[in-house]
Every structure is written in structure tokens, then in C-alpha cells.
Design a protein around this ligand. Structure first.
Ligand SMILES: [Zn+2]
Length: 459
């Protein structure tokens, strides 16, 4: 009989390889042991999981909290509250939409201070690779960034895009650091031309957004990034791939030995272009939502194991910035607030509708994102020695998402009004409950900074 601070018993344990009836023993914020069945163990606190599913806490590799500078859009407090309510125990926050963007050591420090004050789940911070910060990359690396994010097309905020020359420099520097580059892959020239043409013809309707950024815009940029990565022997991560063809380009490159991983997002799997037409600007994102046929093709790749990571790309804004696109879709903010609904969206569209295995889901939302940043198995795993980051889920609860359920600073989202299956009941970070019975139960600042790959102390 082992003794521990906390014994979570009577759960259905889900790891990336296995599911079984059992429990978890926690001591000093870490998992001491997984147990099978319901043996007796001495513990200061025992929690009966009521037969519900216990997953390793989600690691969301892609969120925008826009603090400092645009904290009225989101922020580390509201963003990590929403994360806790969504079963997410680690967030990796993007370098853009905060002001200043995280492209040098000073900006990184500002962001670390903001996060330290407010975050209530653990976090790591991306650094930015932009057109003029080559001299800052070493400082960002020394500051512990999780990786380097670059845009191949123009972004909507003050975060300049890279051309092929700068992307190549960034890939080489990241390789030297033992880190990697993540790209937003859309072809700038192609999308600008298509958009200008549509606007000249007076097109402002919802379908025009998809026509301005068809699959070829994404595929062309992915091809370019893969070629540079292969040539430089660097490591690449392609964020928010929206098409099966994009995943196939990445799978083919992997087969040729290129070090590359692929992310897709819940909204490319839950919604289609028809939802953009129906819902309107709330469902605008870049790359755009695709046709129902393309959504099915992307699901085929997910089910086949070809997608490494599913991240929310939580991209919040004010309500007005969505409403601005009611008459002219090009004027709406291009991003979906989806952090809190990642898990129910994937349970609904994946597990319930398409037979996605829970173990495969855990691989894409917990284990693989932790591996991406060198955080596995401390994060992303249910195993002895791992941090006790845990998410308890009722897989069968069905509810319609309401804006009052959302912890976002601006509680609007394309998911509001959607019927969703699966409810997060409780979330623990390092053994401490942070969300329980629909309430946040942790203090701001409980979250800890995690440093990225390539640093000596991370081995
Ligand atoms: Zn993003």
C-alpha cells in the first residue's frame, strides 16, 4: 500500500496507448503511481472520480492571449481560466497580438511578467521570427522561448512576415539552438492577388473569404517551407494545416527524412465553409474553413494518424471586430475563440461521430504537443514521475454552449449555440484543483513558466 497526498480513484484512465479502470496517486504535485482497479491506498485526500474519464491535461500548443498591450482582447488571467475550464493544463502562447509582439528580450520579459502575475495553468511562450530581428533570436532562445513562430503571409497585427531568405536564416539559427520554427503557411503573393481581384469585383460576401485563400495558397507555402527545411536540415512545425493535401505534403516530406510536424485545429474539423456562410464573421479564420468534402478528407488523415498535434489557435478579439465584417467579410477579425471548447469539439466531431479512439485523441492533444517543446513526459503523460496535470471528463454529457459559460474576456465564439458532447468536470495542475464544478478554484499566478527546447537544464 502506497501513501500519498491525493488518491483519485474509480476513474477510467486514458493514456496515449491504453485505457483501463483505475486511479492515480499524487504526491508533491507529481504522479507517484497509476493503479489498476480500486485497491486501498492511504492518502490525505481521496477523490472519487465516479467512473468518469481521466486524461492527461491538455497541452495547447497554440493560443493568443494578447497581453501585454491588448489585454482588453484577452489576457493571461481570463485566457488561463478558460484553459482550466477546458481541461487544458499547459498553454503555449504565441508571440503576436500582444503589443509589443514577442520579438526581442525586452518584449519577452514583459510577457513573462504579465503571465507570472496572472496565469493559473502552466505556460510556455513562443518567440517571434520577423523580418528584422535576427540579432534578437539568441536572446529569445536564452530567455527560454518554446520555439520560433513566423508568418509567411501578412498577419493582421504588428508582426511582419518573413520572406524565404529570412525564413532560411531563422531555420538555421533555430537548428543551432536545438529549437525549431513554426510557420503560418499561406502564400502572400497569391492571396493578395486573389483578394484584390475579388474586391475589384465588389465581392464582400462570406464565400469570398474562402475564394481569396483557396487550398493552393496554403499548399504553395507549405511546399516552400518544406524545401527550405529539407535543405537546411532544420526542424519545422506547420501550424493550423486546413487541408488533407497539406497534411500529405508533410507526410511525404517526413518519409523523405525531413524533420517536420503538422498541427490542425478543432475548427477545421468541427466546422466547414457552410458554417462560415451560416454563422458569419465569428467563423472567419485564416486559413479559411474548407468545404464539407475537404473536412472529411482532413478527418481521414487525423484518423490515419498523420496529424501530430491539434491546437486551438485561440485568437480572441472584441465583439465589434467581428461585427465589422457583417456587411464586408474582409473587415472582420480573422480568428476564432476556441480554447475552452477544444475538448468537447473533438469529442463531438471525432469520438462520437467518427469513432476517433480516446488514446489517439490524447496523443494529439496532450502527448505530442508536449513532445514538440521537449516537455514530455513531465507534461502530456499519465505516468509515474509526470506532473499531476489531470482532466476529468464526462464523455456523454450533452449541452449547448452558451456565451455565459465562457471565461474569455470577450465571451463570443463561433462555437456558441453549438450542441457539444463531453464536459470537463475537474482540472488539476500539479496536483492542485484549478477548476471544479464549473468554477475556477485556483489563484492567479499559480501557473508556472516552462522553458522550451535547446536549453542546458532541459537536457
Ligand atoms: Zn495563431
Amino acid at each position: 500500500m502506497l501513501s500519498a497526498e491525493l488518491y483519485i480513484r474509480n476513474a477510467q484512465i486514458v493514456t496515449e496507448t491504453d485505457t483501463f479502470r483505475g486511479g492515480v496517486l499524487v504526491e508533491n504535485g507529481r504522479i507517484v503511481a497509476l493503479v489498476e482497479g480500486e485497491p486501498e491506498h492511504g492518502a490525505s485526500e481521496t477523490f472519487d472520480a465516479g467512473g468518469m474519464l481521466l486524461l492527461p491535461g491538455l497541452v495547447d500548443a497554440h493560443v493568443h492571449f494578447s497581453e501585454p498591450g491588448r489585454t482588453h482582447w484577452e489576457g493571461f488571467l481570463t485566457g488561463t481560466q478558460a484553459a482550466a475550464a477546458g481541461g487544458i493544463t499547459t498553454v503555449v502562447e504565441m508571440p503576436l497580438n500582444a503589443s509589443p509582439p514577442t520579438v526581442n528580450a525586452e518584449a519577452l520579459l514583459l510577457k513573462q511578467q504579465a503571465a507570472a502575475r496572472s496565469a493559473l495553468v502552466d505556460y510556455a511562450l513562443w518567440g517571434g521570427l520577423v523580418d528584422d530581428n535576427r540579432a534578437d533570436l539568441a536572446d529569445l532562445q536564452a530567455g527560454g522561448v518554446a520555439g520560433f513562430k513566423a508568418f509567411m503571409c501578412a498577419s493582421s497585427t504588428d508582426f511582419p512576415r518573413v520572406d524565404d531568405v529570412i525564413l532560411q536564416v531563422g531555420l538555421i539559427r533555430a537548428r543551432e539552438f536545438g529549437s525549431f520554427v513554426a510557420v503560418h503557411a499561406e502564400d502572400e503573393e497569391m492571396s493578395q492577388k486573389l483578394m484584390a481581384e475579388l474586391r475589384d469585383r465588389g465581392r464582400t460576401d462570406r464565400r469570398a473569404w474562402g475564394e481569396a485563400r483557396p487550398p493552393e495558397v496554403e499548399l504553395s507555402a507549405i511546399r516552400a517551407a518544406l524545401a527550405l527545411t529539407g535543405r537546411t536540415g532544420s526542424r519545422l512545425h506547420v501550424v493550423h494545416v486546413s487541408t488533407a493535401e497539406g497534411i500529405d505534403l508533410i507526410s511525404n516530406a517526413k518519409a523523405e527524412g525531413v524533420r517536420v510536424t503538422a498541427e490542425t485545429c478543432p475548427h477545421y474539423l468541427f466546422f466547414s465553409e457552410e458554417d462560415l456562410v451560416r454563422i458569419g464573421p465569428e467563423a472567419k479564420c485564416a486559413p479559411p474553413l474548407r468545404s464539407p468534402e475537404r473536412v472529411e478528407a482532413l478527418w481521414d488523415r487525423v484518423l490515419a494518424g498523420a496529424v501530430d498535434v491539434i491546437g486551438s489557435d485561440h485568437s480572441p478579439c472584441l465583439r465589434e471586430e467581428k461585427e465589422a465584417g457583417c456587411e464586408d467579410i474582409f473587415k472582420a477579425w480573422g480568428g476564432i475563440s476556441g480554447l475552452q471548447s477544444t475538448l468537447p469539439a473533438l469529442i463531438t466531431a471525432g469520438v462520437a461521430r467518427r469513432g476517433l479512439a480516446w488514446t489517439d485523441l490524447v496523443r494529439m492533444i496532450s502527448a505530442n504537443p508536449a513532445r514538440l517543446f521537449g516537455l514530455y513526459p513531465r507534461k502530456g503523460a499519465l505516468a509515474a514521475g509526470s506532473d499531476a496535470d489531470l482532466t476529468l471528463v464526462d464523455p456523454d454529457a450533452v449541452s449547448v454552449l452558451r456565451s455565459e459559460d465562457l471565461f474569455y474576456k470577450n465571451p463570443h465564439s463561433a462555437y456558441v449555440g453549438q450542441e457539444m458532447r463531453g464536459r470537463v468536470l475537474r482540472t488539476w495542475v500539479r496536483g492542485r484543483a484549478v477548476y471544479a464544478d464549473r468554477r475556477i478554484v485556483a489563484e492567479p499566478g499559480f501557473g508556472q513558466l516552462l522553458r522550451g527546447p535547446g536549453l542546458p537544464e532541459n537536457g
